[in-house]
Design a binder for this molecule. Structure first.
Ligand SMILES: Nc1ncnc2c1ncn2[C@@H]1O[C@H](COP(=O)(O)OP(=O)(O)O)[C@@H](O)[C@H]1O
Ligand SMILES: [Mg+2]
Length: 253
């Protein structure tokens, strides 16, 4: 079988096997063996469970199988890792708004990702949307338009107009939603109804943006909040302020 290592994360080796990705949480020599096994098992099980749960809510790789110990085989997502790309993409604010929407959907389902950074997000350009656009009216309809008493245009002109309107619709559709953002790496995730946990999830995302995308971080985070219309948005944002002031206090500001 054709397989290659595509990355070594903080705790796992990522192996690409044809259209799949195997995430293998390898042994860590610096941990006590029994603790190491426990942690790897716990995170693997949790990640597979949360990926499955999230798959009906947002875009995540589909889980193919898991040994419930250290390996998860999942769909390989062909795309751009946002930590490398977000600053460069012209629709970055639109992407951030989409990220906010996805986080809100997770939070509405009481799923806390636990590691919301742009290296855990894959941007996929999706041209399939084209297929969702209504087909052209058939020739008969075009002729009807041309023949209708109100218009005195020829069939050719009617056809052109209809093509034009479809193209402008395509462009609008293209600009609006020709991409998707996949969330990955749920190993630190958990389920919780607590406002505090949701606020901390956002706080970590904000900190990750500030560290990785410092030039645009304000703009990006406000786009994320624009999309973040979770059901407890007001309470969660109030709590976020408290979490932040605690952080500042700890840092000694
Ligand atoms: N399903 C996937 N499809 C494509 N690439 C992936 C997939 N899962 C992980 N990756 C790549 O591997 C990297 C590390 O994976 P991740 O699950 O984040 O592991 P870690 O826990 O070590 O951070 C990701 O940043 C991404 O580039
Ligand atoms: Mg990761």
């Amino acid at each position: 079988m054709n397989s290659k290592i595509i990355g070594r994360g903080a705790e796992a080796v990522l192996i690409q096997e044809e259209g799949f990705l195997v995430k293998d949480r390898i042994k860590k020599g610096y941990r006590l063996p029994y603790l190491d096994e426990k942690l790897r098992k716990q995170r693997t099980k949790k990640e597979a469970k949360l990926l499955k749960k999230s798959s009906s809510i947002i875009k995540v790789p589909e889980v193919i199988s898991s040994d419930e110990k250290e390996k998860i085989k999942m769909q390989f997502i062909e795309g751009k890792k946002l930590s490398d790309w977000l600053d460069k993409l012209s629709n970055s604010e639109q992407i951030c708004e989409e990220i906010g929407k996805q986080v809100a959907l997770l939070h509405n389902a009481d799923i806390i990702h636990g590691d919301l950074t742009t290296s855990n997000m894959i941007y996929v350009e999706d041209f399939n949307n084209y297929e969702d656009i209504k087909p052209l009216p058939d020739n008969k309809k075009i002729l009807n338009i041309a023949n209708s008493s109100k218009s005195n245009i020829t069939a050719e002109q009617a056809s052109k107009r209809s093509l034009c309107s479809r193209d402008s619709k395509r462009t609008a559709e293209y600009n609006k939603s020709n991409f998707q953002v996949y969330f990955i790496d749920f190993g630190l995730g958990f389920t919780s109804k607590r406002i505090e946990d949701k606020a901390v999830d956002l706080h970590l995302l904000k900190q990750a943006l500030e560290a990785k995308h410092f030039l645009y971080f304000q703009k990006f985070f406000s786009s994320i909040l624009k999309g973040y219309n979770s059901k407890d948005k007001t309470k969660i944002l109030e709590q976020l302020k408290k979490v932040e002031s605690r952080g500042r206090y700890k840092k000694g500001f």
